[in-house]
Design a protein around this ligand. Structure first.
Ligand code: FMN
Length: 413
C-alpha cells in the first residue's frame, strides 16, 4: 500500500498541483533533429515519461542559442523551433495532462563545444578558456532567455527551470571565481545580477501567474572558487551564498528550486553519485535540508541524486537493505522536511514508471538503475543517450562503440 506514503501525496507548486512527489530530472540525451527539434527518440522517451506517472517532468537542457550548445544534437528553443515544440507539448499533454512540464533553459557559456559553438565566459578558467563576455553580450543572452521562456509558455509548457547549476553559464556567473570587476562579477550582488535580472525580465514578458519559474542550483560545485566555496580561490565549502541565491530567486518569483551539486565536467561524481563510492547521496540530502530550511513552505524543494539508492542494491548498506532504498529515503526525507519532492535522473532512463508500477502493485517489475554510468558515457561521446543496461537498443549501441574501439586498439598494436 503506497497511497498513504509521503511520496504519493499531492503538492502545490505555484497554482498547479503535482499528483505526487516524483519528478524527472533534466537528462540531456543528444537526439534532436538537425534543427534542434525533438527527434523520434526524443518523442519515444518523453511519451514513456508521461505515461509513467511522475508528477513533474523537467525537459532536458534546451539551448536558448545555437552558438551556445554543448552537444551537437541538443534541443533548441529559438523562434524557428516554436511550431515543432508546440506539437511536442500537445502530444505529451494528450498522454497525461496532470504532469507538470517544465523546461530547463540553458546557455553553456564556457562549456559550449568549440567544434560547433562558441565558448564565452565571465572569467577565463584553466581548461576552458572562453572569450570574455562584455555587458552587451550579456544583454543579448538575457534576451535569448526571455524569447525562449516566451516560446515555452506559448507552446503550452507549464514553466521553466532557469539553469544555475553544473558549470553552465548560470553557474559561471554566480560562482565566487567570477571576481572580475564588471557589472556581472566581483561582489555577490554583481554575480547574482545575471540571474536576478533575467528572472525579472522573464516575469515581465510573460506576465502569467500560472507559469512556473524556478531554477536548478548547484549548492556546492566542489572545486576552488566554484559555487558554494568560501572565495574565488578557496577550496573551503561555504554554502551561505548558495542559500542566499535560492532566497533571492524565491523573492523574484521562483516557485521551485531543484537542489543539485557539482559541475560534471570537473566533479562528476558529486553531481551524480558514483556506484562504487555513493556517499555523496548524503551530501545532497544535507544541501536539500539547508535549502528547505531557508525557503518559504510554499516554495517546492526538489532533491536530486536519488538514483544510486535504487532498491537497496548499493554500497550504502550499513543497515537493513530495505532502509537504504530510494523509496525509503524519499518517504523519510519528505516526512522529515529535508525535501518536498525527489527527482530521478539516471533512473528515468532505466525506468521512469516508478509511481505507476508502485501504485498498480507491480513494483517488482521496476527496472532499477545500477548507476553503471554508461548513459553519461554516451553523452560525453556526443551519441544518442539511453540506458545500455535496461534497453536493448542502447546495449547494442554501446557494444558497437566498444567493438570499434577494440578494432582501433588492435590496429595500433
Ligand atoms: C546522461 C545525463 C544527462 C544529464 N543531463 C542533464 C541536463 O540536461 N540538465 C541537468 O541539470 N542535469 C543533467 N544531468 C544530471 C541529472 O539531471 C541529475 O542531476 C544527476 O544525474 C543526479 O541524479 P541521479 O542520481 O538521479 O542520476 C544529466 C545526467 C546524465 C547522466
Amino acid at each position: 500500500m503506497h497511497e498513504k506514503d509521503p511520496l504519493f501525496q499531492p503538492i502545490k507548486i505555484g497554482s498547479k498541483t503535482s499528483p505526487n512527489r516524483f519528478a524527472i530530472n533534466a537528462m540531456e540525451c543528444c537526439d534532436s533533429d538537425e534543427n534542434g527539434n525533438p527527434g523520434p527518440k526524443t518523442y519515444r522517451r518523453y511519451r514513456n515519461h508521461f505515461e509513467g506517472g511522475c508528477g513533474v517532468i523537467v525537459l532536458e537542457a534546451i539551448t536558448v542559442g545555437y552558438e551556445s550548445r554543448s552537444r551537437l544534437n541538443q534541443l533548441s528553443v529559438m523562434p524557428r523551433n516554436a511550431k515543432a515544440l508546440e506539437k511536442f507539448v500537445a502530444e505529451m499533454k494528450s498522454i497525461n495532462k496532470d504532469a507538470i512540464f517544465v523546461w530547463q533553459l540553458t546557455h553553456s557559456g564556457e562549456i559550449s563545444h568549440p567544434d560547433f559553438s562558441k565558448r564565452v565566459t565571465p572569467k577565463q578558467m584553466y581548461g576552458f578558456e572562453g572569450e570574455l563576455l562584455e555587458e552587451d553580450d550579456v544583454k543579448k543572452i538575457q534576451q535569448q532567455f526571455v524569447t525562449a521562456a516566451k516560446i515555452a509558455h506559448d507552446a503550452g509548457a507549464d514553466g521553466i527551470d532557469f539553469k544555475v547549476c553544473h558549470g553552465y553559464l548560470g553557474s559561471q556567473m554566480t560562482r565566487p571565481y567570477n571576481d572580475r570587476k564588471w557589472a556581472y562579477g566581483g561582489s555577490f550582488e554583481n554575480r547574482t545580477r545575471f540571474a536576478y535580472e533575467t528572472y525579472e525580465m522573464i516575469n515581465k514578458e510573460i506576465n502569467d501567474p500560472d507559469f512556473l519559474v524556478g531554477s536548478k542550483v548547484s549548492i556546492w560545485e566542489g572545486f576552488p572558487g566554484g559555487q558554494g566555496s568560501a572565495g574565488p580561490e578557496s577550496a573551503l565549502m561555504d554554502i551561505s551564498e548558495s542559500l542566499e541565491l535560492c532566497k533571492g530567486l524565491e523573492a523574484r518569483g521562483a516557485k521551485f528550486i531543484i537542489v543539485s551539486a557539482g559541475s560534471p565536467s570537473i566533479t562528476l561524481a558529486l553531481s551524480q553519485p558514483d556506484a562504487k563510492i555513493p556517499r555523496d547521496v548524503y551530501t545532497h540530502f544535507t544541501f536539500q535540508k539547508a535549502v528547505h530550511d531557508v525557503l518559504k513552505p510554499e516554495t517546492a524543494v526538489i532533491g536530486s541524486a536519488y538514483s544510486v539508492l535504487n532498491n537497496g542494491n548499493n554500497k550504502l548498506v550499513t543497515r537493513r537493505k530495505e532502509e537504504n532504498t530510494l523509496e525509503y529515503w524519499g518517504n523519510r526525507n519528505i516526512r522529515e522536511g529535508v525535501t518536498d519532492m525527489i527527482a530521478i535522473g539516471r533512473q528515468s532512463l532505466a525506468d521512469s514508471w516508478i509511481p505507476r508500477k508502485m501504485l498498480e502493485g507491480n513494483e517488482n517489475e521496476i527496472k532499477w538503475c545500477t548507476a553503471c554510468d554508461n548513459c553519461i558515457e554516451f553523452l560525453i561521446r556526443q551519441q544518442n543517450v539511453g540506458c545500455a543496461t535496461r534497453d536493448k537498443e542502447y546495449a547494442l549501441a554501446l557494444k558497437a562503440i566498444r567493438e570499434k574501439e577494440g578494432m582501433l586498439k588492435e590496429k595500433k598494436t
